[in-house]
Design a protein around this ligand. Sequence first.
Ligand code: HGY
Ligand code: MN
Ligand code: MN
Length: 414
Amino acid sequence: MDIAKWLNRDRLRRRLEELATIGAQGVNGITRLPFTKEEREAMTLVKSYMEEAGLKVHYDDFGNLYGVLEGSDPEAPKVMSGSHIDTVVSGGAYDGTVGTLSAIEVLQTIKENNLPHKHSLEACVFVSEESARFGGGTLGSKAFVGDFTRDDLDKLKDPSGVTLSQALLEWGYNPDNIEYVKGDPSKIKCFVELHIEQSVILEANNIPIGVVDQIAAPTNMRLTLNGRAGHAGATPMELRKDAFLGAAEIALEIERLANTMGKETVGTVGEIYVDPNAINVIPGKVTIGIDIRDVTAARKEKLFNEVLKYIDEVAKKRGLTTELDIIANQVPEKTDKKIVDIISSACRKLDIPYMNITSGAYHDALNMARITDIGMIFVPSKGGISHAPDEFTSFDDIYRGAQVLSEVLYELAK
Ligand code: HGY
Ligand code: MN
Ligand code: MN
């Protein structure tokens, strides 16, 4: 059965291009933050693709979207595949969308060609995968694996103070039903996600497919440092409690620690709010968003503890007080060996070169690994760029990824 040859190349390309127009801001890339007009418009468009594909479509109470292609044995656990369509601020056109639209294309091709399959196949779109709005990522798949209590939805807030539960209610979802969002692991055979690599390895090795063996995990936190606002000219240096300089020292120490701890240990301070943010006022209050990651749980834990220790030292030295909101503290996961082998043999069957690869980015597959077997397929990112307007993956690479995904999903659903 050569399903890979039957994928509709033009349809996949057209859908990718159409989806990329939603939230597009010219040179400023694409912005579709979760539970905003743009992201909801994009979800509605993707829902229409699922309907065109003849799938049984529904949203859950968290806004995750599912499209099912029934198998011959309704009792058999389903094969899930998908990703996300929300973006960072000024993001690219391929992060999440490649896996989302390829999964729909595969299921539509199976249906159109009446290919027999025992297990149901389910294309899924998890909401709020990016941490850009609520500080923590992969919220939709976290809800699906049962991470959230109703209270958690009131604790997650965006920078303007809107809680996740308010955002859900604003778009007609019901946070009180959070427990019904949880998927039933006994009904799931596996989850496979196609995604852009977002780094330089595949391109550097001139290999079109990455078979992911492990996924790094994040610790995300928002740290607020409280000093004392004051006159930038009249306040002697020795009397200052400058919250920004405290934040700056902490950011530099995170960089130093990440550089010394390991090749796959990374740390970023990508978000900052300075209050009152005026050129002639000593910053009285600063909030920074911290993202540290590793593929080794113990090393990430060590980095986390070193950072906490340093925060205390800086606060004491500079007479600052601190508030720390730990938004996520996840563990790295490995992909399932059997699925790694199925992906590798699909590449051999299609005569597509491949290599094993680690994911420094996290994905919905990281959460799904806690309730089912997972697999991930990567396609190259030009220059390793992602989370930026010039994120780019050639359509030939995307199509190759979709072809490998089609062979893998069909093999798993047989
Ligand atoms: O930040 C990440 O790793 C993912 O792209 N959300
Ligand atoms: Mn991303
Ligand atoms: Mn992504």
